[in-house]
Design a protein around this ligand. Structure first.
Ligand code: FE2
Length: 374
């Protein structure tokens, strides 16, 4: 299971080889319902399951897949279980960004030597399909990176799970791979976590956005993007900046009760049909006013897509030196205004839509105001 992006340059300086994103795991209050939400609204297929029927007495997990993206939706039964304590504090959210490596033990010990904190000692899990090895390290807040070695496993996900299919007919919506995963951290913490990814995982700083780039009349944020050696993994890290009112990052930190994953960006080759499918299924997106489109082609130049279709679906456009990109953001995926998805189509551009930040943050502020949190 790998996660491809438009960059694919192997460098000799990659001191922590990662093949791609292995899975993204959500801790939720009700995994049965959440798994149906991601199947029916987002077009993920159920592929594996563990729960009491399979001998898992405390934890239940549904494994969903679309394209190269794998989500694990997990809950637990006892209020004393750490999963439900996590849900109690943070609400439904992303606990694990799992990285696919060739040697989990080696990666884990290398990470610890370089200053990471252990979240799970290496284990070997075995069944009739072979074995996987996994370990984990901590990152911002209570989020962790699992390190997954699966070259000796040919089962559907990992030992402990049984293959299980969606009971309804699911229509895939063109999700291809995880483009990037964004973390929100507290004021003054961004550089610490950038350094963590540089020192521990050998990531390189790709882009810096300061509060001049990302500010509106009311709120501001700063962001740095780090990327691994082969460019398959990109982690922007945001921190709030001083603004007149509460920034969207502060709202997240208040409601998530600390740092955590803010959004997962999902790549598609045909954003119009992906977004139309999502809208048909009831997925809600951030709204930008019609005026955004008035002089858009003067700002971004020619595009292949039908501008009317982009406008109708409220899809944003931005261009950099290498090409252009199309993007749109969902509203939060749960009642707390925390984690959401970005849908992105890259036509050459490798950046993150800086030209859309202002329109986007004004849109987020309108939502914040409706929630009474601006
Ligand atoms: Fe993004």
């Amino acid at each position: 299971m790998d996660t491809l992006t438009t960059t694919n340059v192997q460098t000799n300086t990659d001191t922590f080889p990662i093949n791609g994103t292995d899975y993204v795991e959500f801790y939720v209050g009700n995994a049965k319902q959440a798994a149906l939400f991601y199947q029916h609204c987002f077009g993920f297929e159920l592929v594996a399951y563990k729960g009491p029927e399979t001998g898992s007495r405390e934890v239940v997990s549904y494994v969903l897949q679309q394209g190269k993206i794998r989500f694990v939706i997990t809950s637990a039964f006892s209020p004393e279980h750490e999963i439900l304590k996590h849900v109690d504090k943070h609400g439904d959210g992303i606990k694990v960004l799992a990285l696919w490596v060739d040697n989990a033990e080696e990666a884990h010990s290398k990470a610890l030597e370089r200053g990471a904190t252990c979240a799970m000692e290496p284990v070997k899990l075995e069944d009739e399909h072979g074995y996987i090895k996994m370990a984990a390290i901590k990152t911002y807040g209570e989020t962790i990176h699992a390190l997954i070695e699966r070259s000796n496993y040919n089962g559907v996900f990992m030992p402990g799970y049984v293959a299980k299919k969606s009971t309804a007919k699911i229509k895939p919506l063109g999700f291809k791979y995880v483009d990037h995963c964004v973390g929100n951290v507290e004021l003054g913490e961004m550089n610490k976590w950038v350094k963590f990814y540089e020192d521990v995982l050998g990531f390189k700083l790709l882009i810096t956005f300061d509060d001049e780039d990302i500010s509106t009349e009311y709120s501001a944020l700063m962001s740095k993007v780090v990327s691994n050696g082969n460019g398959y993994i990109k982690f922007p890290i945001n921190e709030p900046a001083q603004g007149k009112k509460k920034s969207q990052i502060e709202e997240f930190l208040d409601f998530y009760r600390g740092p955590g994953v803010q959004h997962v960006a999902i790549a598609t080759d045909d954003i119009v049909s992906t977004v139309e499918g999502l809208r048909d299924n009831g997925v809600e997106f951030l709204y930008v006013p019609e005026t955004y489109y008035e002089d858009i082609l003067e700002r971004v130049g020619g595009i292949k897509e039908d501008l009317e279709a982009l406008k109708r679906n409220n899809i944003l456009i931005d261009r950099d030196e290498e090409g252009y990109l199309l993007q749109i953001f969902t509203k939060p995926l749960q009642d707390r205004p925390t984690v959401f998805f970005e849908i992105i189509q890259r036509n050459g551009a490798r950046s993150f839509g800086k030209g859309n930040f202002k329109a986007l943050f004004e849109s987020i502020e309108r939502e914040q105001e409706l929630r009474g949190n601006l």
